[in-house]
Design a protein. Sequence first.
Length: 120
Amino acid sequence: MDHIILLLLIVGIVFVLLSFLFGRSSNKHAEDIENVSISLHQETNQLKKRLKAVEEELMIGVSHVNPSSGPKSKTKPVHEIIVNQILSLHSQGYSIADISKRSSLSLEEVAEVLRSRGVR
């Protein structure tokens, strides 16, 4: 019985020593994970900054085309991207009705955009 207790004590001491040795390697893994996390956070912030810059560039390109010809009209201006889409579809031979469906604008708005750009 004394041999069994002594054997268990020795095995316990060996496991404690091994846990100290292998515990340090897990610290290295924790540092690696932390470094990856920090670099991922930095890259995400850089992407957010780039996205914000692109959004600002798109806002600069807002066209002040007033789709309705009446002076009392209070409609929003058509965005330059939509204007480019309308011009592109028109150059491809689409009718004003088809362009209106694709751009979610009324027939009058599409016609006004084309007139304002000298196409029609």
